[in-house]
Design a protein around this ligand. Structure first.
Ligand code: FAD
Length: 307
């Protein structure tokens, strides 16, 4: 028989853990399911300087603090990759690779993943100069030279953001024109701190024992190779929502991001979504946590309405 809970939270990142805290503190039985260790993307983050209450904290430490808070009122954490959710109106079935659960409400908090270049040095220098988030890491590169890889909206918007902090931004793009919206392009072209290197791909991220020192690039037309010096490399070649298992619920847009209202409700009653997996502008710990609070309270109201 399926194990039953009031609420199942899928994903134990900052959003999921906050929703579990709110729901369990409202005396609901809560299970957080994650395909890895609790903490989500915070486990891959060295220093966090923009989470209120801490001038600086290591990602895994913040994850542990949030977990301790999330479980203090009885919320449980379980290991499992969720492969399907079925909506049966007043209850939902959640299937992992090994078990089936039942809940009155489900909160989807499965986050997103940045696409990787897949070049030598990318993994090795992660957190030591390689970044996928200017808002998260830009401040570490004050008055230094950085490289932005990509040509879409995110690459150019974040490059413009970085130009306010870094001494110089070099945008490396594999084509001869940008994909970003014209207004975003125009702003970047007018910024004299931003340079563009066209028709060029990154071959390798290079560094010393400690950190990134530059990137080795190749011109796709001439095959000419060169090294561009930089302290940071910001990679913006795409970001993927972790929603493959939920596509048949009909709650995502054409790119797979989950659509909600401002109460974090999807269009399926009793199914909520929070954090990076939502279609939204700012994917950060603070926003995931705020949305977690809303959904944690929202499921309480929803379950009350079933009685
Ligand atoms: P996530 O943290 O992504 O957690 C989602 C969880 O869902 C994961 O644990 C995953 O294992 C699980 N999951 C996914 N699919 C399934 C499934 N099918 N079944 C079961 N479990 C599943 N933000 C800041 O505010 N400040 C920073 O300094 C900062 N630095 C960052 C540095 C890096 C390197 C990265 C990658 C991100 C950084 N961020 C930062 C962004 C921040 O970490 C995210 O915005 C935040 O973690 C999103 O929280 P979330 O709860 O939505 O999802």
């Amino acid at each position: 028989m399926a194990r039953e809970y009031d609420v199942i939270v899928i994903g134990a990142g900052p959003g999921g853990m906050t929703s579990a805290l709110y729901a369990s503190r409202a005396n609901l039985s809560v299970l957080m399911l994650d395909r890895g260790i609790y903490g989500g993307q915070m486990n891959n983050t060295a220093e966090i300087e923009n989470y209120p209450g801490y001038s600086s904290i290591l990602g895994p430490d913040l994850a542990q603090n949030m977990y301790d808070g999330a479980t203090q009122f009885g919320a449980e954490y379980g290991y499992g990759t969720v492969e399907a959710i079925e909506d049966h109106g007043s209850y939902k079935t959640v299937k992992t690779d090994s078990e089936t659960y039942q809940a009155k409400a489900v909160i989807l908090a499965t986050g997103s993943e940045y696409k990787k270049l897949g070049v030598t040095g990318e993994e090795e220098f992660g957190g030591r100069g390689v970044s996928y988030c200017a808002v998260c890491d830009g401040a570490f590169f004050k008055n230094r030279e950085v490289i932005v890889v990509g040509g879409g909206d995110s690459a150019i918007e974040e490059g413009t953001y970085l130009a306010k902090i870094a001494s110089k931004v070099t945008v490396v793009h594999r084509r001869d024109k940008l994909r970003a919206q014209k207004v975003i392009q125009d702003r970047a072209f007018a910024n004299d701190k931003i340079d563009f290197v066209w028709n060029t791909s990154v071959e390798e991220i290079i560094g010393d024992d400690m950190k990134v020192t530059g990137v080795k690039v190749i011109n796709n037309e001439t095959n000419e190779e060169k090294v561009i010096d930089a302290s940071g490399v910001f990679i913006y070649i795409g970001i993927l929502p972790m929603t493959e298992s939920f596509r048949d619920l009909g709650i995502t847009d054409e790119d797979g991001w989950i659509l909600t209202n401002d109460k974090m409700e999807t269009k399926v009653p009793g199914i909520y979504a929070i954090g990076d997996v939502r279609k939204k502008d700012l994917r950060q710990i603070t926003t995931a946590v705020g949305e977690g609070g809303l959904a944690g309270q929202g499921v309480f109201n929803y379950i009350e309405s079933l009685n």
